[in-house]
Design a binder for this molecule. Structure first.
Ligand code: ARG
Length: 473
């Protein structure tokens, strides 16, 4: 057991209490951010004359050395310490003696952990954004190739009206685009530095909080020290945005699973992204899509868990907040894994265009267009609806599609039908007539694809300055 406190205690901490309390097994994940925060802090202490410039330099170069050693694997983060903060400080003191003991001047673990977690999650927001961008590229590639691949559009999982594969994919493009916008939003809202909030009431040292904020690429310092140490809104927002990503991925997965079934055969998942059965040799299972769908619950769970943890916490820091870490780490790791795998699965998946088109033809997806034909020839819509209903029933009995009937049969149902009905209800016409922006018609789709390409040609992350190289040089 190694801890930073103990002066006012007369007894050793009980072993079980120690283990229950310790967080090193998971907060070691942000060792890099902890060390970077300490470097920024100590540089500022030097500039402010709170430590001498020489002391500040000595401490920051020792921490840089430790960071390098941890990354190279020569310095192991020992679980003997209570948390990552204690570990870093202890090693520093071991190496520098009394000078090392000055690192924590004007700082509390409360603002330290608030900073570490923010730095860590801020980076994860960027990574999630990049993965979403990769997924959008994969979706767009399918769209570009399939503006004339007809397929049934569904409502209630019943064939409704014909669309194209490009159009269907375009719906997911919009969803993942909004998910990316949420990442950008969260990034900017969370980008304020809590360091310098102290335990809760700031400090009596003349800290320059603008300086530490700038060193770490924050837009500025947080403006209330009690909020600075106890705000976890940004995590809740992040988990909520991650849950939404999973909800979208899960819907998409559900479709892939249905489309990959023997009954549909709209897609074939690449061998590299499917698995077999130990007993049934014919099986090729969509496990990746199923796992993505399954893991959605786990990410929602993290959101519910943190919302519940936070709801009863009085200001300011309380130890309950330590619970924010494992679940957030698990959620982001899960989402990143799902995004990467789903993108791989999508970009290697084969779309069985013929099956999709045949399915669109044989499900009366052109029934609305047949009714519209009658309306255009003077039949009131409600009557047209009834006539085409009868027509569909007739076709079901004969087991044929509307376009398979001859004009005589059509005329028996309504004399209004003429030769041009066949063109009016052809798949091409049904889709191509839908030309307003957002509709599946090819021209409309091409306009949308051009807009989406324009959107993808600009990456908001490019405007983020590289603070890390500067801090560590
Ligand atoms: N491990 C703690 C956490 O994750 C760090 C902050 C500890 N502060 C304290 N006063 N005990 O929240």
């Amino acid at each position: 057991m190694a801890q930073l406190w103990g002066g006012r205690f007369t007894k050793e901490t009980d072993q079980l209490v120690y283990r229950f309390n310790a967080s090193i097994s998971f907060d070691k994940k942000f060792y890099r951010q902890d060390m970077e925060g300490s470097i920024a802090h100590v540089k500022m202490l030097g500039k402010q004359g709170i430590l001498t410039e020489a002391e500040a330099r000595e401490i920051s170069s020792a921490i840089k050395g430790m960071l390098q050693e941890v990354e190279e694997g020569t310095l192991e983060i020992s679980h003997e310490y209570e948390d990552i903060h204690s570990f870093v400080e202890a090693v520093l003191i071991e190496r520098l003696g009394d000078v090392g003991k000055k690192l924590h001047t004007g700082r509390s673990r409360n603002d330290q952990v608030a900073l570490d977690m923010r730095l860590y999650i801020r980076q994860e927001v960027l990574e999630a954004d990049s993965l979403l961008e990769g997924l959008l590229q994969a979706v767009l590639a399918v769209m570009e190739e399939n503006t004339d691949t007809f397929m049934p559009g569904f409502t209630h999982l019943q064939k409704a009206q014909p669309v194209t594969l490009a159009h269907h994919m375009g719906a997911y493009f919009e969803m993942f685009k909004r998910d990316r916008q949420r990442m950008e939003d969260i990034y900017h809202r969370m980008n304020y530095c809590p360091l310098g909030s102290g335990a809760l009431a700031g400090t009596t040292y003349d800290l320059d909080r603008y300086d530490t904020a700038a060193q770490m690429g924050f837009a500025g310092p947080t403006l209330n020290s009690m909020d600075g140490v106890s705000d976890r809104d940004y995590l809740i927002e992040f988990l909520s945005a991650l849950s939404t990503i999973m909800m979208h991925l899960s819907r998409f997965s559900e479709e892939v699973i249905i489309w990959n079934s023997n009954e549909y055969q709209f897609v074939e998942i690449d061998d590299a992204y499917s698995t077999g059965s130990s007993i049934m040799p014919q099986k090729k299972n969509p496990d990746i899509a199923e796992l993505v769908r399954g893991k959605t619950g786990r990410v929602y769970g993290a959101l519910m868990s943190l919302l519940t943890t936070m709801k009863g916490i009085p200001l300011a820091y309380n130890k309950d907040m330590q619970e924010d870490k494992e679940l957030t780490f698990d959620a982001i790791d899960t989402v990143k894994g799902c995004l990467a795998l789903f993108t791989g699965m999508l970009s290697t998946m084969k779309f069985q265009k013929d099956r999709m088109e045949a399915s669109a033809k044989h499900g009366f997806t052109n029934a609305t267009d047949a009714a519209d034909y009658l309306v255009n020839h003077g039949v009131p819509f409600r009557d047209a609806h009834g006539i085409v209903g009868k027509l569909v029933l007739y076709c079901i009995e004969k087991n044929v599609a509307i376009d398979d009937l001859d004009l005589e049969e059509l005329k028996q149902i309504s004399p209004v039908f003429e030769k041009d009905i066949f063109e009016a209800v052809s798949m091409e016409t049904c889709v191509e007539k839908r030309l307003t922006i957002g509709a599946p018609g090819q021209k409309a789709m091409e306009q949308v694809i051009a807009l989406e390409k324009g959107y993808l040609s600009h990456d908001w992350k490019e405007s983020i300055a590289d603070w890390e190289t500067q801090l560590l040089e």
